[in-house]
Design a protein around this ligand. Sequence first.
Ligand code: CTP
Length: 365
Amino acid sequence: MHIYKVGGAVRDRLLGRPVSDIDWLVVGATVEEMHAKGFRPVGADFPVFLHPKTGEEYALARTERKSGRGYGGFTFHASPGVTLEEDLIRRDLTINAMAEDEQGNVYDPYHGQRDLTARILRHVSPAFAEDPLRVLRVARFAARYAPLGFKVADETLALMRQISASGELQALTAERSWKEIERALMEAEPQVFVQVLRACGALTDLMPELAAHEQNLAALQRAAERQQPLNVRWACLLRGLEPAQIKALNQRLKAPRECQELASLVGEFADKGDKALELDAESLLEMLQKFDVYRRPQRFEEFIAACEMAAQGQSYPQGEYLRGAVAIVRAVDVKPLVEAGFTGQGLGAALREKRLEALKAYKNG
Ligand code: CTP
């Protein structure tokens, strides 16, 4: 039995990047031998095991063929006879198809090191097409390694185009797609993810609302430069879509709640945010109430951040103005009103009146 480090761990070490988790490949072993050594299988019909001590993943060398559509639609053929080269050839990219043994020798039958040096994301073989999710993976790697100068190889982009045109992307589950989208958005240059998906025609299947729309990718890029969280990045990407489109996209991809929420709020209120300095006190208060800035101040802060990202590097005095308005309405004390005998709806109305007065003073002050 031979054990190799494979995939991202080898790639990122050669790139001089930090390695987070290590995937191991086991060649020449049977399932029974793995059990005997104390490895625990991760699933009943999946030849991947967890190390009894480190918990790291050890996969038996396998060849893979497609047997159906979508996730779980794979059958695996793992046997002690599957060689290292046979396993590596069915992987997605040459830079992900390298292995390293315990002595640190690198096995690179498909020239991953050459492509690492040339900064090229190139598929290994036609087996790339076995998993349509790889179209998203390549776009994600392009976003991650764009600062290093990586580009997608022409022939790989052509294959991605074919996969997109075949309609196979429609078979991806929302969960698998979202996971890639989420990771891509958190990369260094998330706008590259969208550009690559657009270039290969995948956007039409994955996010048709965006395909039909020239969105503000500069805002997304800026959000990444400014280390903004996922929901702000997502909201920046969706800004400018119609509310119904934002809703449809969110629901189809099953985006997490905080992403859905912020994208919808930015869709509805971004224009108002931009015009904050001209809003009258009534409209300003209405907006702050809708955001529930009393209980959800953080969410409003994220809204302001999303608006700032779209300001193209120009100063955004609306941000400070809105923050000031929030502080004002939040400072209005309910206690004197309660003590004055207000209750229920009357209390609500009196509180609103006090906040409005405070905002008027803020506007004039
Ligand atoms: N792999 C693949 N096709 C996929 C998923 C994974 O070929 N759809 C292979 C690649 O060789 C990849 C390895 O499995 O390098 C491990 O996959 P994963 O852990 O998902 O990604 P990493 O390459 O380790 O990259 P990341 O840094 O994004 O985790």
